[in-house]
Write a protein that binds this ligand. Structure first.
Ligand code: SF4
Length: 428
């Protein structure tokens, strides 16, 4: 397969495109019209702060679209322009933002639904085009598309590819990949699939959080006959297999496949938790078998992407200042948005909203995703104080465009009776 593409080359000469079609300049204006935000520009120009009507809104210094998302959306627009007459499919969602996905649907892009193994390509023909999202797809999906012979526009983020390489190396060297991630998330499914890309005996196990990592640590220590930490007990082999049934490789056996462990993570998890898990599993290995064994049987590598890290660091910086509440804007299935909301909720009342429409200006109500709850949505009345001084912080996940952040800011001010138009013109 070719790894290059040029708009001047007949498309039938290549099937796999990773670097766009050289149409960046041609789609730039459309992208700006669809996703840029005047209020966000104004916030930036004003030191990330806007104040009017007794309300101060502070925007985190790193927020919204990351480099991987910008590239994926740009390539999707380029693909539409390049193939105006072809059917264009998308494996899942380009990114986890309802507004961006809706725009692609308006452009005629057809979204492929999930199957147990990946996505459903039964409608795709050789003359069609399939876009792969920023999170990537499983190795199985990729081979399916290769066999179909269609044009594949791969927008998998380079930071995700770095995790794949790490996991591939673990498998090559006989290490089981212990992946800190959400087993159902596209990125983690794609990453996990890489363990078998070159090594049919490769294995993985996905842990959602420190609680699940602790179960793995207990098992390693119990297997070695080491005394468990106070208050801990280890799962039996059968209960371990049952507990992790939907988040481990076929044929995974905790008695054999926790001997050599390499830790990696989904790029958008809470960085702090990923690092803690890596360190704790290493310590458990040392408690179980000693330091020499650990150095030969344990590896860890921080694969949180820099954009995720920067957004988490920036919101932590902002939370150093007193705030009355936080608004976090991003899709309810956006992992990095969920991580941001979890960080904020530790310090201040936090509302994770998928879209500015969740803010009901007239009723002073908000619909939001409950922090820490699995897809549980709540609603709050009188959530924004209408009198007195109030300080609101705002940030957004890596898949949230600036216009949506700006709309959320506008609705906040409108709830306080400030006409958002006066903010942009500087009359507020
Ligand atoms: S969040 Fe990180 S890994 Fe995901 S698309 Fe953005 S830059 Fe890439």
């Amino acid at each position: 397969m070719s790894d290059t593409a040029s708009p001047s080359v007949d498309v039938s000469q290549f099937q796999y495109v990773r670097k766009g079609f050289g149409l960046k300049a041609e789609v730039e204006q459309t992208l700006a019209a669809d996703y840029s935000g005047q209020l966000v520009d104004l916030l930036r120009a004003n030191g990330y702060t806007l104040a009017a009507g007794g309300m101060t809104v502070r925007l985190a210094k790193e927020f919204g679209f990351c480099y991987g998302v910008e590239r994926a959306v740009d390539y999707a627009y380029q693909t539409r322009l390049k193939f105006p007459d072809r059917r264009i499919f998308l494996a899942g969602e380009i990114i986890h933002n309802p507004h961006v996905n809706a725009k692609l649907r308006e452009m005629g892009v057809i979204f492929l639904g999930p199957t147990a193994n990946g996505f459903d390509y039964s409608e795709v023909r050789a003359e069609d085009v399939v876009i792969l999202p920023a999170f990537g797809v499983t190795h199985h999906d990729f081979e399916t598309l290769r066999a179909l012979g269609c044009v594949v526009v791969d927008t998998t983020c380079g930071s995700v590819l770095n995790v794949w390489k790490r996991v591939e190396v673990y498998a090559r060297d006989g290490y089981t990949s212990l992946i800190h991630g959400k087993y159902y998330h596209e990125e983690t499914r794609a990453t996990a699939s890489q363990v078998r890309k070159k090594d049919p005996d490769g294995h993985y196990l996905v842990v959602r959080d420190m609680d699940e990592a602790e179960l793995v640590m207990d098992y390693i220590e119990a297997k070695a006959g080491a005394p468990l930490r106070p208050g801990r007990s280890a799962l039996t082999r059968a209960s371990f297999l049952e507990r992790f049934a939907d988040r481990m490789s076929d044929g995974f056996d905790p008695d054999r496949h926790l001997d050599r462990v390499g830790v990696a993570n989904q790029t958008t998890m809470l960085a702090r938790e990923s690092l803690a898990i890596g360190a704790a599993v290493g310590e458990a290995m040392e408690r179980a078998y000693g330091a020499d064994h650990k150095s030969a049987h344990f590896r860890t590598f921080d694969t949180i992407c820099s954009a995720t890290q920067d957004r988490q660091d920036a919101v932590l910086d902002m939370l150093e200042e007193p705030l009355d509440l936080m608004v976090v804007v991003g899709g309810y299935n956006s992992s990095n948005t969920i991580s941001l909301a979890a960080l904020c909720a530790e310090k201040v009342r936090t509302y994770h909203i998928a879209d500015p429409d969740e803010i009901d200006v007239a009723g002073n109500r908000v619909r939001f995703r409950e922090i820490g709850a699995h897809h549980h949505e709540g609603e709050a009345e009188g959530w924004l104080p209408l009198t007195g001084d109030v300080r609101v912080g705002i940030t957004a996940g890596a898949s949230t465009p600036n216009n949506k952040i700006g709309e959320a800011v506008a609705r906040l001010f409108a709830t306080r009776g400030v006409d958002p138009g006066t903010l942009v013109t500087g009359e507020g």
